[in-house]
Design a protein around this ligand. Structure first.
Ligand SMILES: C[S@@+](CC[C@H](N)C(=O)[O-])C[C@H]1O[C@@H](n2cnc3c(N)ncnc32)[C@H](O)[C@@H]1O
Length: 276
C-alpha cells in the first residue's frame, strides 16, 4: 500500500485554513454567540443527551467546530487529529469561542499511546472520519482502549451505501459502483477541490479512502467488547454529498431531491464498553 498517512495528511493540511475561512463552517458564530453550536452537534442533540461533566475525546476533530460545541454542552473535551494545520485552526477557534479544549496531534491508531487509556466517558467521531482509515477492526479497538468500562461511543457518519455511489450521473440514476465492503486496497482520488465553497487553490490533491460496511462496523465494535445501544439511519447528511442531486433542508442538512427514501444518507451508532 502507498504511504496513505503522508498523502492524506498533506491533503488535509492543505485544506484546513480554507475550511476555517469558509462560510460553511461558520467559525465566527462561535465568537459572536456564546450559545452557538455546529450544525452537526445540533443535529446530534436528541440522541446525545446530557453530556455535562463527561470526559470526552473527539477522534479526527479537524478544525474543532464540533469539539468546541461538545465543550459548550458541558463535556471536558480532548480533540485528536493527525493534521497540524487543522489543529492550529482548532486551537484558534477554541480561543475565539472561549471554551478550552485539549488538542493532541496523533494518527487515530496511535491515540491510545498518547492519551490515558480507559479514561474517557465518551468517544465522539464521524462526519467524514472513518473513510480515511484502512482497518475498521483496528479503529474499534482504539475506541475500546480509550473508553472506561461503561463509557460510550457516539458516531454519526456518512452511510457506506452513500459512499458506494459514484459521482452523480447526468440521468440522475443511483448506481452502486464503488466498494461497499472494506477492501485491502484504498480508493485513490485526485481532486483539486474540497467540500466547502472556496476560491482557495490546493497543491496536495491525492487522497486514499476505504469504505466499511455497516455490518463490518457493528461486528468490529462487538468483537472489541462494546454493546450496541442504538443504530439510526438518516435521510440526510451534513454536506452536499451528491452535488446537483441534493436539496438543503431547513436544519441545514442535505437530502436527495428525488425520492430520498431510496437512500440511507447517514447513520448514528452508539455503543457502550462492557463494565468489568
Ligand atoms: C472531514 S474531517 C472530520 C471532522 C469533522 N466531522 C469536521 O467536518 O470538521 C476528517 C479529519 O480526519 C483527519 N484524519 C484523517 N485521517 C486521519 C488519521 N489516520 N488519524 C487522525 N486524523 C485523521 C483529517 O486530518 C481531518 O481533520
Amino acid at each position: 500500500m502507498t504511504d496513505y498517512l503522508a498523502s492524506n495528511r498533506a491533503n488535509w493540511d492543505d485544506r484546513a485554513a480554507a475550511h476555517a475561512a469558509s462560510k460553511d463552517y461558520r467559525v465566527n458564530a462561535f465568537g459572536d454567540d456564546p450559545e452557538h453550536l455546529s450544525g452537526v452537534v445540533r443535529f446530534d442533540l436528541p440522541r446525545l443527551g446530557d453530556i455535562r461533566g463527561l470526559r470526552g475525546v473527539h477522534l479526527q476533530c479537524h478544525i474543532g467546530t464540533d469539539t468546541v460545541s461538545l465543550a459548550r454542552l458541558g463535556a471536558t473535551m480532548t480533540g485528536v487529529d493527525f493534521s497540524p494545520a487543522s489543529l492550529t485552526e482548532a486551537r484558534r477557534i477554541a480561543a475565539l469561542a472561549g471554551n478550552p479544549v485539549d488538542y493532541i496531534e496523533s494518527d487515530v491508531y496511535s491515540a491510545p499511546d498518547k492519551l490515558a487509556r480507559g479514561s474517557f466517558d465518551l468517544v465522539y467521531t464521524g462526519i467524514g472520519a472513518i473513510c480515511w482509515l484502512p482497518d475498521i477492526r483496528r479503529w474499534a479497538q482504539v475506541v475500546a482502549d480509550l473508553l472506561r468500562p461503561g463509557g460510550r461511543l457516539f458516531i454519526r457518519e456518512g452511510h457506506p451505501v452513500l459512499w458506494s455511489l459514484p459521482e452523480p450521473r447526468p440521468d440522475g440514476l443511483l448506481t452502486l459502483e464503488l466498494p461497499y465492503f472494506e477492501q485491502a486496497e484504498p480508493i485513490i482520488w485526485n481532486e483539486a477541490g474540497t467540500y466547502v465553497d472556496t476560491d482557495a487553490e490546493f497543491t496536495h490533491n491525492t487522497s486514499h479512502e476505504w469504505n466499511h460496511g455497516l455490518g463490518e462496523i457493528v461486528t468490529a465494535l462487538i468483537d472489541a467488547g462494546l454493546a450496541v445501544t442504538g443504530l439510526t439511519e438518516h435521510t440526510s447528511v451534513p454536506w452536499e454529498a451528491l452535488p446537483g442531486q441534493m436539496r438543503r433542508l431547513p436544519d441545514g442538512e442535505w437530502q436527495l431531491t428525488d425520492r430520498p427514501e431510496r437512500l440511507p444518507h447517514s447513520y448514528t451508532l452508539q455503543a457502550v464498553r462492557a463494565s468489568v
